[in-house]
Design a protein around this ligand. Structure first.
Ligand code: PXL
Length: 284
């Protein structure tokens, strides 16, 4: 039997969308495969995610959130990472601030994925006040992981889907860092023609990683990317190496889904790709 390491601990604040792989249904299998025990603080339960489906049900769990994590606190649970994704209301943003007060330590990692929109537009339940509240969460992040749409809204600058030049990518990262996060991983950059990738910046060094673009969009890929990124960091990889693993895994899942003819709103077929993550075990 291979040596079994003690799992690292993470807590995710995200919705549970019953159908359409995103948020918890993505974070849980990916982080488990990477040897991380994920505890989930659900923000809402939906029948599907909100992108591309109409008539979805939305059970708001705002009232449960604070008692939920206060129970964890009473039990003395501690986490190596706090991970926030899709949040459903202004009130939830305040609750997450208190969740950070309760569980942030000087050693753990806070990853804020400022899930708000894509392709230049905000998701249906988001507005300017939500953007402001999410900026305040980013201020407390060790790593924030916006896509180009989220970066534009967070920095109050026009959406530029074709951002290519290194100096332009750096400028966006610097503006994002000004919100107060310790590092930023910006997804969706296109440093070369027909390439797609991500950039990370910690205030000193900009690192860009891109691969030939697989020309198909899938919902939930931001969650796949952020989950692998966090898993990598919890395994003791650098931010740069974690970002590369996240970009590679996401691209492989998109490629697989495209070959399978999967509907974009169903999310990526990551299941058959999970073995690629297994074996990359934590360092602790
Ligand atoms: O993957 C982002 C996401 C998460 N959760 C819900 C969503 C979306 C994107 O649309 O609607 C409920």
């Amino acid at each position: 039997m291979p040596e079994m390491k003690k799992p690292r601990q993470a807590a995710a604040v995200q919705d549970l969308s019953g159908f359409g792989r995103c948020s918890i249904t993505v974070a849980l299998p990916i982080l488990s495969a990477m040897g991380v025990q994920l505890s989930c603080l659900p923000t809402a339960v939906l029948s599907t995610h909100t992108g591309g489906f109409t008539g979805y049900t939305f059970r708001d769990l705002t009232c449960d959130m604070e008692p939920f994590f206060r129970h964890w606190q009473k039990e003395g649970f501690q986490f190596d990472a706090l991970y926030t994704g899709y949040l459903g209301s202004l009130e939830q943003l305040d609750i997450v601030q208190r969740f950070f007060d309760a569980f942030q330590t000087k050693d753990n990692i806070t990853l804020v994925d400022p899930v708000m929109g894509d392709h230049g537009v905000l998701y249906s339940r988001f507005d300017d006040r939500m953007v402001k509240g999410i900026r305040a969460l980013c201020a407390r992040a060790d790593v924030m992981v916006p896509n180009l749409t989220e970066a534009a809204f967070l920095t109050d600058t026009p959406y530029r889907p074709d951002i290519q030049k290194e100096s332009d990518i750096l400028e966006v990262c610097e503006k994002l860092m000004a919100l107060g996060a310790k590092s930023v991983v910006l997804t969706g950059v296109r440093p070369q023609k027909d390439h797609l990738g991500a950039a990370c910046f910690d205030g000193k060094r900009l690192h860009i990683y891109a691969q030939p673009h697989v020309p198909k969009q899938y919902d939930g890929t931001g969650d796949v990317f952020a989950s692998v990124l966090l898993g990598g960091m919890l395994q003791g990889k650098t931010l740069e190496k974690s970002m590369e693993a996240a970009a590679d895994f996401t691209r492989i899942c998109v490629q697989q889904s495209m070959e399978n003819g999967t509907d974009m709103h169903h999310g990526v077929d990551f299941e058959a790709c999970l073995p690629l993550l297994i074996g990359m075990q934590p360092q602790k």
